[in-house]
Design a protein around this ligand. Sequence first.
Ligand code: FAD
Length: 375
Amino acid sequence: MKIAVIGAGIGGLTAAGLLCQTGHDVYVYEKRNNLDQVGAGVGIGSNVLKALKQYKMAYAIEQEGQSLRKIEIKSDLDEFLNALMMNQDDNLNVTIHRNVLHEILKTHVPKERILLNHKLTEFKQTPDSVRLYFENGVEEQFDLVIAADGIHSVVRTNIYPKSTPKYAGYTCFRGVVNEKLNLEQDEALEYWGHKGRFGIVPLKDNELYWFCTMNAKENDLQFKSFEKPHLQAYFNQFPNEVRKVLDAQEETGILQHDMYDLVPLKSFVSGRVVLLGDAAHATTPNMGQGAGQAIEDAVTLTNLISDRDIESALTRYDKIRTKHTKKVILKSRKIGKSAQTSSTLKIKIRNKMLKKLSSKSLSRKVRFLQKAKLK
Ligand SMILES: Cc1cc2nc3c(=O)[nH]c(=O)nc-3n(C[C@H](O)[C@H](O)[C@H](O)COP(=O)(O)OP(=O)(O)OC[C@H]3O[C@@H](n4cnc5c(N)ncnc54)[C@H](O)[C@@H]3O)c2cc1C
């Protein structure tokens, strides 16, 4: 089948790589003039590596990733609240530099099939084909179009004009440092406090990535101008580990993004156009599943296209992925709401509940991730 993938992000490149591997004629169109990635670390859950297992790229991700066994949640006063055990079965859970992940995914798509400077502006459908129109004047016809063009997807906006990203109420800073902390190499830490959250996650080769989230207005000018000293001042009451990480951060290289998700869509498919990744189901990063769900979409779509005729494959993809990713969006939103509360009373109740809950019960709350249907 002749397939176009719009967007060379994590979702688009995974889909293109898997579909090339299964014998399809695939072209990736990317609006930017390069594939450089801006980002820190990214978590790839065991659910995702399990889904990818039968495909070649899983091996490289496991090799280049740092295995993550647990995430400890503490209060901003360094009080232990609970721990989420990550390896719920035999599959690895890893963290990886975003750039490294992107490099791995890229190697599975022939270089000449990734077309840069191709911004999709419009598409027109017949019952069994789609014609694409790019800003640079190029037009091309395909049997199937996979729209992996991110949270601001032009394809989704065309199909669902009212589906716009919903601001979550908090902003996020991220960075990568080379610092040795008093932490096991396969353990991450999150501190939850009145002023926000601070997370420290190991990467391979003694690097680690950090993130912090604080409640803010959308496009809040106060935070837009934040640099390293502002973050150090903001978190100076947090435990030592936080201060050490911020001290180790270079003045440059700090990323800031407001957090958004999408109201779950009823369908990801319109004729021969299929939405994938953030274009379909952008979620807040509280479960570390945005990229993972994009990869799961790609695996599911590839499995189904290999097994069934195209109409039946798309119907099945739509059914199982809308249902599963809706759960991820809603659960992630709920975690964010609880983790970001600044009400003293609510924090007291939340922390008490977290301390009472066994680690097993906490892990059970995200067990549904392991149960995604992949065909
Ligand atoms: C702070 C933060 C932390 C995160 N942490 C994690 C984590 O730990 N684990 C995890 O799994 N996920 C995480 N995520 C989510 C993850 O980054 C995204 O879910 C993932 O990158 C989505 O991939 P995608 O390919 O769908 O979209 P994108 O990565 O947004 O890629 C879309 C691509 O499409 C291109 N494009 C857009 N429009 C057009 C057009 N019209 N024509 C052609 N090309 C176009 C863009 O240039 C881009 O290259 C995090 C996100 C944030 C913001």
